[in-house]
Design a protein around this ligand. Structure first.
Ligand SMILES: [Zn+2]
Length: 274
């Protein structure tokens, strides 16, 4: 079973804030919400507890997106701040009842890929260790990123997940298409991605998968901007077909600017498929 939802509070929510967003998502018939903490995690424990209670009352699952300002491959002070942001996302996310959180692991910068990879693995291992030490029960997931200058290809995600126990992938299929210049846009290619995940991490990885989908535009440097599903060349219906045929379960987050409209479009299209 796939649960569909928005990234952030639905646009039609009458009031700001995640608690109201959860209620609105439930009214709309969505099953999930990703808390978009992309500009920083600023929340007290009482607010997190209120979110947890509301999500439970509405039977809405939650995930979180950690701040964008994370680079496990930067200078030592940047890595230190990145790690603390990630651990704080894990702590508060778990307190909200979120089952998973995702983040963009790093920029390569001027580092050699092998050196960048070593640093990222070290950083990930520390994040998992620190999150466990504070008892945060939440998936730690590196996201498939939209630009080749950002670490986070499918191959890298799977290698990190295999090498660092506790790390799992967040598969942004739209980013994969954008970072690879329009490849990965057919049923066969989507199915191949899912098969690669299953082969690397086992069937259970497909039974609890964190997925992002959006319309998207790309240029020579990869991702340019997200766009509504109705306007995009990204083959999201073929993707839904592959997810259905391979009986993938988990959370599908619409990162489209037409937030709930596109989350519902994905959900309805998926549910109508035999
Ligand atoms: Zn992201």
């Amino acid at each position: 079973m796939l649960r569909f939802g928005t990234s952030g509070v639905p646009l039609s929510s009458p009031k700001p804030g995640t608690v109201h967003g959860i209620r609105r998502a439930r009214e709309l018939g969505l099953d999930h919400l990703e808390m978009a903490w992309v500009n920083g995690v600023k929340m007290g424990d009482a607010a997190a507890d209120a979110i947890a209670a509301q999500a439970k009352a509405c039977d809405l699952s939650l995930t979180a997106h950690a701040p964008f300002f994370v680079n496990l491959c930067g200078e030592p002070d940047v890595v230190e701040r990145s790690r603390s942001r990630l651990v704080e996302t894990a702590r508060l996310g778990a307190r909200c009842g979120a089952e998973s959180f995702c983040f963009h692991a790093a920029f390569y910068g001027k580092r050699e890929p092998a050196e960048a990879d070593r640093r990222i693995r070290d950083g990930l291992a520390q994040v998992v260790q620190e999150a466990r030490a504070i008892g945060a029960r939440i998936d730690v997931r590196t996201e498939l990123t939209g630009k080749p200058s950002q670490a986070g290809s499918l191959a890298e995600l799977l290698a990190w997940a295999k090498a660092v126990p506790g790390v799992l992938p967040c598969i942004d299929f739209s980013h994969q298409y954008a970072r690879e210049q329009g490849r990965h846009n057919t049923y066969e290619e989507f199915a191949a991605t899912l098969t690669a995940i299953e082969q690397a991490l086992g069937r259970e990885a497909l039974e609890r998968l964190h997925i992002h989908i959006s319309g998207i535009q790309f240029g020579p440097k990869g991702e340019r901007k997200h766009e509504p599903l109705k306007e995009t060349a990204f083959a999201w219906k073929e993707l839904l077909r592959a997810l259905k045929d391979m009986r993938v379960s988990g959370w599908v987050v619409s990162e489209s600017p037409a937030m709930e409209e596109d989350a519902l479009l994905l959900q309805q299209t998926y549910r109508r498929m035999k």
